[in-house]
Design a protein. Structure first.
Ligand SMILES: [Zn+2]
Length: 253
């Protein structure tokens, strides 16, 4: 892959808009090319800065619904006009604009608020993460194979967590363990991103419907939370917020 081609694809890569084959091609290039790696780093920094420093305004339910609708329309329009020229630029511009709109308008809801008790659970999630790293009890079942890890939980838990290996996207599954959180046994899935460990905790949710990703930061750790199909997912790591969010996005797809 040439630098020109890679440059066009870095932003869609960060927005998780590439298919697995394309993504790993770009990632392979970035691993061997300092210029493109630097560009990726700049994008990530920019994204973090927007998230951290952009002013927050509370959006009304009505405005949220409007934005949701507009994004959905933009997404289907994008599907329709995939002309061979320029769709990549279009896609990355749209992705970046969408990220900005979300950061500015949905900020408080998406990134800071959560159902009551969310902050307390987030604290517990961080404690469990730190404990798992200190007590050398990170992994009960060591495997990068989701078909080994998933059945390992059967019989140990009364629910079945989604187990997904994101190795090709740079978040390698390394294993799983049982943990105890929010007053109950939970699944702990362990992933590795460079030298960073990601713990993904999963347990049944009482909420009726799924929720979008919310991001927290507590004492140097980043946390991303979402729920889907009756389960809640809490990802925690000392990895930067942008990449942890990318992990969550890929995992929740
Ligand atoms: Zn390059």
């Amino acid at each position: 892959m040439t630098c020109d081609a890679a440059r066009e694809l870095i932003s869609p890569l960060l927005d998780a808009e590439l298919d697995a084959a394309q993504a790993s091609e770009v990632e392979r290039h970035i691993q061997t090319c300092i210029a493109c790696a630097e560009l990726q780093f700049e994008y990530l920094q920019l994204r973090e800065r927007v998230r951290a420093d952009a002013p927050y305004y509370s959006a009304t339910e009505e405005l949220r619904a409007q934005i949701d609708r507009a994004l959905r329309q933009a997404a289907s329009a994008k599907e329709r006009r995939r002309a061979p020229w320029g769709w990549i630029a279009l896609a990355s511009a749209a992705g970046f604009a969408a990220a900005l709109v979300l950061a500015f308008l949905l900020g408080p809801k998406m990134f800071h608020s959560e159902q009551a008790g969310g902050d307390l659970i987030a604290q517990e999630v961080v404690s469990s993460h730190v404990r798992s790293l200190m007590a050398s009890h990170l992994i009960d079942v060591r495997s990068s194979d989701q078909h080994t890890v998933k059945p390992w939980f059967a019989g140990k838990l009364d629910f079945s967590p989604k187990v997904k290996d994101l190795g090709p996207q740079g978040y390698a599954l390394t294993g799983g363990r049982l943990d105890y959180l929010d007053g109950r046994p939970v699944a702990g899935l362990v992933f590795q991103r460079r030298q960073h460990v990601i713990n993904l905790f999963v347990w049944p949710s009482t909420a009726q419907s799924g929720s979008r990703l919310s991001t927290f930061a507590i004492t140097g750790f980043n946390i991303v939370h979402w729920s889907e199909a009756g389960l809640m997912y809490w990802a925690v790591s000392d990895l930067n917020a942008a990449e942890l969010r990318e992990f969550a996005q890929l995992y929740s797809e």
